[in-house]
Design a protein around this ligand. Structure first.
Ligand code: IPM
Ligand code: MG
Length: 380
């Protein structure tokens, strides 16, 4: 029993309604393990969660002829949080484009206005050899991206592929940010830094892009007006990609736009040798009831090449469940407990194929989750 008071002895809490969207590819396999781990917290730690699976994406198309059934959408809108697996599969070409969009992750992020995307990356000592980086450059690395998730080039208009007068085509996307969109994600990053090591790196391409110049200006203004106690540095995105490989420990909170956040978080995935290790949480501003809408997902994709084989790494999904415990369930001690169990399982040698060195024993998706649950039991 830890020193924190058992919340069952205080106010009884309402059960939180978690909508589970396994999605495509390896999504169902890894999500099932994250749910199993969360079930452990429900039964063994009294965390009040009710998990409700819903059809989404290609699976929903196959079953119901729509990628986003109305019942799923209603459940999404009334959920306390979403636990998402992965989207996109090889066999989606037969789904009409409009239907594919309807079910798409980007539509969901935008509709829920979950603009602040947390992507924590912590070097796992046990995986130092699995990383392509030198152990001395990553030992102790503990950083978190705050990726702007609902604006920028992912959503800007005009966009499309047009045919020009000479009959050749031109692809167009628009990278645009308003002051308000920059300011709110900057505020989120500074507030988060205050709970960590008080350091923010803001990443842009202010040397080339007007939207980058505005990004830098607004972050600087928000910092000066409200967060002068936090250390702020600005960094160009190309340099950030380099520094993640050669000096990852210098970072605490990295705030950046939608596209750079996508690219740079993949770079940081190499710190633990696999994207399969990385979780994420996408959060909205607090609503009138003080709660944030939240979408939790591993940052790896649907990996159709290994789907259905039971070999995918479930740790990205399981660590996303830890973020859910911290940000939606308001149970930071339980989140710490789960993160420690993942570290313990890795330290004891548990490896899925993506993080195993040649000759190391390889666990299935299910067995890796069993190792984490075993570590939870051992520490309880
Ligand atoms: C991510 C993914 C998504 C993105 C894809 C699947 C649309 O790469 O969450 O990092 O680009 O945001
Ligand atoms: Mg990505």
């Amino acid at each position: 029993m830890s020193g924190t008071p058992d919340r069952r002895t205080t106010e009884p809490r309402d059960t939180l309604n978690i909508v589970v969207l396994p999605g495509d590819g390896i999504g169902p396999e890894v999500t099932a393990e994250a749910v199993r781990v969360l079930d452990w917290f429900v039964t063994r730690r009294g965390v009040p969660l009710a998990m409700e699976p819903r059809l989404f994406g290609a699976a929903a198309w196959a079953a119901e002829g729509t990628t986003m059934p109305e019942a799923t959408w209603d459940a999404i809108l009334s959920a306390d949080a979403l636990l998402f697996g992965a989207t996109g599969s090889l066999d989606q070409q037969h789904i009409p484009p409009e239907e594919r969009r309807k079910g798409a992750l980007l539509t969901m992020r935008r509709a829920l206005d979950v603009f602040a995307n947390l992507r924590p990356v912590k070097a796992q000592p046990a995986l130092a050899e699995a990383s392509p980086f030198k152990a001395r450059t990553i030992a102790g690395a503990d950083l978190v991206f705050v990726r702007e998730l609902t604006a920028g080039v992912y959503f800007g208009t005009p966009r499309g592929i047009e045919t020009m007068a000479d009959g050749t085509r031109r692809g167009v996307n628009t990278h645009a940010y308003t002051e308000a969109e920059i300011a709110r994600v900057a505020r989120f990053a500074f507030e988060l830094a205050r709970t960590r090591r008080n350091h923010v790196t803001s990443v842009d391409k202010a040397n080339v892009m007007e939207a980058g110049r505005l990004w830098r200006d607004v972050v600087t203004e928000v910092h000066r007006a409200e967060f002068a106690d936090v250390t702020l540095e600005h960094m160009l995105a190309d340099n950030c990609a380099l520094q993640l490989g050669r000096a990852a420990t210098r970072f605490d909170v990295i705030v950046t736009d939608n596209l750079f956040g996508d690219l740079l978080s993949d770079c940081a995935g190499a710190i633990n040798g696999s994207l399969g290790m990385l979780p994420s949480a996408a959060l909205s501003a607090p609503g009138p009831d003080g709660r944030r809408r939240a979408l939790y997902e591993p940052i790896h994709g649907s990996a159709p090449d290994i789907a259905g084989k039971g070999i995918a790494n479930p740790l990205g999904a399981i660590l996303s469940a830890a973020l859910l415990l911290r940000w939606t369930a308001g149970a930071p001690a339980e989140a710490d407990r789960l993160e420690a169990a993942v570290e313990a399982a890795l330290a004891a040698g548990a490896r899925t194929a993506d993080i195993a060195l040649p000759g190391e024993a390889v666990l299935s998706t299910r067995a890796m989750a069993d190792a984490v649950i075993g570590a939870l039991e051992a520490a309880a």
